[in-house]
Design a protein around this ligand. Sequence first.
Ligand code: ADP
Length: 389
Amino acid sequence: MSQDLIGVVNAGSSSLKFSVYAGDECLLNGQVDGIGVRPAAKAKTGAGEALPPPDLSAMPPTTPGEALVALLPWLQDWLAGRTLAAIGHRVVHGGPKYAAPARVTPALIEELEAFVPLAPLHQPHNLSPIRTALERNPGLPQVACFDTAFHRSIPEVAQLFALPYEMAERGIRRYGFHGLSYEYIASVLPRAAPEIAGGRVVVAHLGNGASLCALRAGRSMATTMGFSALDGLPMGTRCGQLDPAVVLHLMTTEGMDAKAVEGVLYRQSGMLGLSGISSDFRDLLESDAPRARLAIEVFVHQVARNVASLAGAMGGLDGLVFTAGVGENAVAIRDAVCRACAWMGVELDEAANAARGPRITTRRSRVAAYVIPTDENLMIARHTRALVA
Ligand code: ADP
């Protein structure tokens, strides 16, 4: 059973990423970008060797569901007679109900449709390949793995906005995201960082999207993202936490409509908006432009401030873990965040940080900081295998 092949699908608005796992081993990784515009595919083995990519020219996909269909002949060739035992999908929103992955049925898809208004930029794209796969191959087990599920352990006081309570009953509350990444980190902590695994740990998932999660003995107690993936830290192009009066001001005084405000908050803000140069931290770290430096300073300020906020929610801090694109690779960002957290007992070991740790604090540091690579796809593969076994 453990060597059954599991497919993993992670669909976004214009891209579809897919992988195949045997046990915990990744055999295949692929990606279709530019869906609906100029679709292009690439693929590599789990070890990173490039493979001849699927040819999409005969039927250029306009949705992630069509991209999955367009990939199938290529995938059949690659499988060479083997079959997938199941497909696991990343789904951004499981609403207030789902605290664990769920087996896909027509009824589940209908239920997940109801969460589209909560995540209009992601949920429809996540559901499109699920629906397509169910229509084409109803016998193939599929599993939906939610980015919100891991955070359902957050106490109600940390989930509520101080809005009229009926609004919480209508679903307007903090959900939290990046849950598959945090769950993966929580699953490896006992082996990777045993001295902090049972304690109070802030995990910093710093990528193009960025958030922090407070883990107590491996369970989520609070997180910086809230009702949507817009809240919390500033990101590549998203603003992060914002006084809601700014939105009112943009609409009433500056006359922007909801679509225009959405564009500002999701696509023109964050590192791109502050720097005017790029949303990519590599570009900003290489740049001498004052606003590139300013953008990084704002980011570091917010990360450090929110680490303290989450430590406050847990009554203290034993560990800090950096993960995702920026957290795993940007030595200078980790350096600056750790220094800004020195007052909480984080004592950086510069050489260890430059060598990417895994432990990047000194032996006498009261708080242990680590660099631990995340793996959301592996988490999806494990959940899928467990649920269909
Ligand atoms: P997502 O999955 O949210 O798209 P990732 O976790 O892959 O994002 O992170 C992508 C980001 O990581 C890039 O935008 C880039 O800014 C940053 N990044 C990747 N490598 C480096 C590096 N060597 N130094 C600094 N930043 C990096």
